[in-house]
Structures are given as structure tokens and as C-alpha cells.
Design a protein around this ligand. Sequence first.
Ligand code: AMP
Length: 398
Amino acid sequence: MASLPVLVLNSGSSSIKFSVYEAGNGERTKLVEGAVDGIGTDLGKFWIKDANGKKLVDETPALPNRSVAFKLVSDALHSGTFPTPLAIGHRMVSGGPTVQDNQRITPELIDEMESYTAFAPLHTPIAVYIMREALSQFPGTPNFVILDTYFHRTMPEVAKHMPIPSEYAAMGVRRYGAHGISYESIVYQLEPKVPEKLIVAHLGNGASISAILHGQCLDTSMGLTPTGGIISGTRTGDIDPGVLIFILRKFVDAGMTAKEAADQLEIVASKKAGLLGVSELSNDMRDLRDAINAGNAKARLAVDKFNWTLVKWIGSFVAELGGLDMLVFTGGIGENDIAARGEICAALGALGIIVDPAKNNIRGEATISADHSPVTVRVIPPAEDLIIVNHVVRLLSE
Ligand code: AMP
């Protein structure tokens, strides 16, 4: 096919990111990228950049809801300024137990994925909304769902299974993992020399870590939902279930109905906890670093807790992998927070992870391990859109 513009749509709880790639004749050239951010606020952001980083659109519109936000994206893509997409790839965090393969989207498939909203409560509602809008606003254009859980499908049963009564396992309750497209993109970028024993730490506002053996996922920190695993910006990560029962009982004692109590518990565990909950200040690592520099003890505790859980998970994944060849940091914190990388690795020297402080003093792609370090430590930005485009092109040809 001569020209094949592919649109990638990637929605978060308050943002819609998009990019258009030229993917004809084996090409993978990014033509434009953009985002609407701050959905639900009076002062949102809407920008579009060309391939050279030149801003084509830079506005601060009111974004009262996702409908207004997606209309901005759709209008821009229909304006004739950019190539009309011939295929669309949607990032999806979880399609539940029955939608595990990347595939063409139909209205029935959207309904099916929506029925598993509880498996990614912050992400699924906006993702399915955008899928329905894209089907109606780009009629005849094939739309595909590309799942974060796809990369984690290779986990052995012992890693996937949760220690719960089997009636819940039969409902699909198990470890699915998240950030799979990011992990896939790191393995892709390491090809053809993917280290046998690899750990990737995706440290963004949502944070997770995966153990990867021979290029395939062996284990990952996030569980049924992205709330599990290591501590994130606003999420607890793994926590004694007794804590959740304790809080739930407090809500019930205060007179809430069962549904109100469950909804409130979800807000506590996924929007009010994590770095924000411990610091009582912010979920943003940059704010916490500023506060630490100003002597804020709670911010210090939050960041220490973050590093501590990472050290625990990395240690246990080294044990699962039977050693380690390479550790990769990615995501906003992984790429930019020099101190976090240094602090985490300083605690892991006994496992052969030795970072050179001079090499670590960098933002973006780099090898930061010391020359004598038995384990190579790298920083690699994810290339999620590229992976989505690759899947779309493959599925188009099937
Ligand atoms: P992401 O979700 O991948 O966009 O990552 C967002 C996280 O990266 C936030 O916690 C940011 O504070 C963090 N981050 C971005 N830039 C920096 C920086 N220069 N130093 C420390 N953290 C950063």
C-alpha cells in the first residue's frame, strides 16, 4: 500500500493523546502528534506539533467534558491539514478476561470490554467512549484495540493466579498487569539483542515493573487493576487487604450504602493514596523533589516509600529470573528523576546493580551503569505509539 496514515488514540482519565504515522511501504514516520489535557477544567490544553516539533496548534480551551475534548481532536483530523487516517489504533488498558487479543473493534466488542470496567476503572470509561466516537466520526475506517494486557499474556499460571476462592477466579479475577505496550516497546527497541534476564521499571504517574525472560513477560507488579503493585502517584499499590476492609467498615459505620462505600473505597485506593496520600502534597515527583529540597519530611517519606517498594520488587524479580542481565528505567520518573534512579540502584549493589553517578546525571536515553557493573542499567523512553502502529499494520494485513 503506497500511503497508509495510521491514527493512534491514547486516552487517560483526563486527557486524550493522539498521533498520526505514515505506515505505508514498511515506513514508520510520525507526521503529527497532539493532546487535549485537563478534561473537566475551564483551562485545558490543546496542542498539535508537526514531526519537527513545531507547534501547529497551541490553545487553552475550556474542556468541560470528554465530548468537547474529542471534538477538538476529530475536527483537527477532519480539517484537511493532516492526512486522513486509513486505520485507527486505540490503546486499551484492559479488556477483561474475554478480550485478550489485539483485534478489530466492533460495537459488540466495545460493549464486551465495557462490561469489565471494574478491571481498569479510571481508564475504561473514556477509552470506550472514544472508540464509539471514532467509529461514528470516521465511518468505514477500520479501528483496532491494542491492549496493555497483551504483553503479559505469557505469564505462567503461578504468576497470574491469585490466592482467592476459585469462584472469583472463575469471574476473571487474576493478575493481568498494565503498561504492556510500554514494555513491548522496550523489548522492541532492544531487539535483536534482548537480554535473557531483563527487568523494566515503568515509572510514570502510574508505576509498574516487569520481569522479562527471553523477551517474554514472566511476572509483573500490577494485578487485576492498575491499582496494585508498586506505589504510584495516587494509587496504593499492593497493600494488606485488611487495610481496605478497615476503611470499608469506617464508611459503612458512617452510614454509607454498600455501593457508596465501595465507590469511596475505590477513590481512596486509586485517587487519594500513593505519593499523594503519603506526602499530603502532590502526586507529581517534581513537586515532591522541590518539597524535599525545602525540608518537607512527608515528601521525603513518600519518595523513600516509592524507592523502598521498587527495591523490594526488583529484588524479588531477580530471584524469579534467577539473575539479571539488564535493568531498564522508563516513564516520566524513570527517564527524568536522576535522584530516584540513583537511590534505588544504590540499594541494589549487592545484586550487581552499580550505577555510575556521572553517567546517571542525564535525562533521556542513556546507559548509566558503571563499566564494572555486572548488570547493565539503561534509561530508554517508551515508544508506545510505534508499537500500536505495528499491531495495526499487522492486523490490517490479516
Ligand atoms: P508519565 O506518567 O510517564 O508522564 O510520568 C509522570 C511523572 O514523571 C510525574 O510524577 C512527573 O513528576 C515525573 N517527572 C517528569 N519530569 C520529571 C523530572 N524532570 N524530574 C522528576 N520527575 C519528573
